[in-house]
Design a protein around this ligand. Structure first.
Ligand SMILES: Nc1ncnc2c1ncn2[C@@H]1O[C@H](COP(=O)(O)OP(=O)(O)OP(=O)(O)O)[C@@H](O)[C@H]1O
Ligand SMILES: [Mg+2]
Length: 231
């Protein structure tokens, strides 16, 4: 375990400009400690997804520095980026499910990569899918599922190998209130077990209810950092 004081995730004076001149993030300074649960709030186009993509090294900062899990992303090679990504579970707006493999295989695949035996990975994938209300769909192909069901498969896949860092972009955007609660219970449980969880959302009532640190973006600027929005 790294020292608690070790820099875990930090952004220093970060700008992101998409070519030719779309300013998505402006002068962002933020520090995130290991084990935090954080919301990123803000209107559509505020820069929430862009910020998450920087934290997954899917996009690089145009200016400034991004430190991820103690490493400066701008100075590490592709191989180390893969290492970082193995410690990270992502739930992004496009689910990137494998359409030729069953729901169960999509989830179990993450465990195959890290060498978990077939029986064990199928058992764990089944348990996770069951917790997300999908036990009757484990043998289906992703394309035959509704949008909300596909979203839950992506969530199961992101959480199954207990990543240290979980990045979730509107993870409950397609879900009904009961499923939203189920998903947040899983994210909160992962956080209690030590994962750092960062969730982008424009669902203000949900953010208020969960009452965790919230970063507010407005047209690319960080305009608020509230430790407990409800007080
Ligand atoms: N690949 C891209 N190329 C050019 N501009 C982009 C690209 N991706 C995002 N942008 C722009 O950057 C800004 C921030 O986009 P981003 O997707 O981060 O917003 P968001 O807060 O996630 O919005 P939403 O709530 O709608 O998902 C927007 O103005 C968007 O048009
Ligand atoms: Mg977005």
């Amino acid at each position: 375990m790294p020292e608690p004081s070790r820099e875990w995730i930090s952004l220093y004076h970060v700008d992101k400009v998409y070519p030719p001149n779309q300013n998505a993030l402006r002068n962002i300074d933020v520090k995130i400690q290991r084990g935090e649960f954080i919301f990123i709030a803000g209107a559509s186009g505020a820069g929430k997804s862009t910020l998450l993509k920087l934290l997954f090294a899917e996009e690089r900062a145009t200016r400034g520095q991004v430190i991820l899990l103690g490493r400066n992303v701008s100075s590490i090679a592709g191989e180390q980026v893969s290492g970082l990504r193995r410690s990270t579970g992502v739930i992004f707006q496009d689910y990137k499910l494998i359409h030729t493999r069953s729901v169960l295989d999509n989830v179990a695949f993450t465990l195959e990569v890290i060498g978990v035996r077939k029986r064990e990975r199928h058992k764990l994938a089944y348990q996770m899918l069951n917790a997300l209300g999908l036990k009757d769909r484990v043998d289906s192909l992703p394309m035959t599922l509704s949008g909300g069901e596909q979203q839950r498969v992506a969530i199961a896949r992101a959480l199954i190998n207990r990543p240290q860092l979980i990045l979730a972009d509107e993870p409950t955007g397609n879900l009904d209130p009961d499923m939203t609660v189920a998903v947040f219970n899983l994210l909160l449980e992962a956080n209690r077990c030590g994962a750092t969880v960062i969730v982008a959302s424009h669902n203000l009532s949900l953010i208020e209810e969960i009452n965790k640190r919230t970063l507010v973006l407005d047209r690319g600027r960080l305009i608020g950092d509230f430790s407990h929005p409800r007080g």
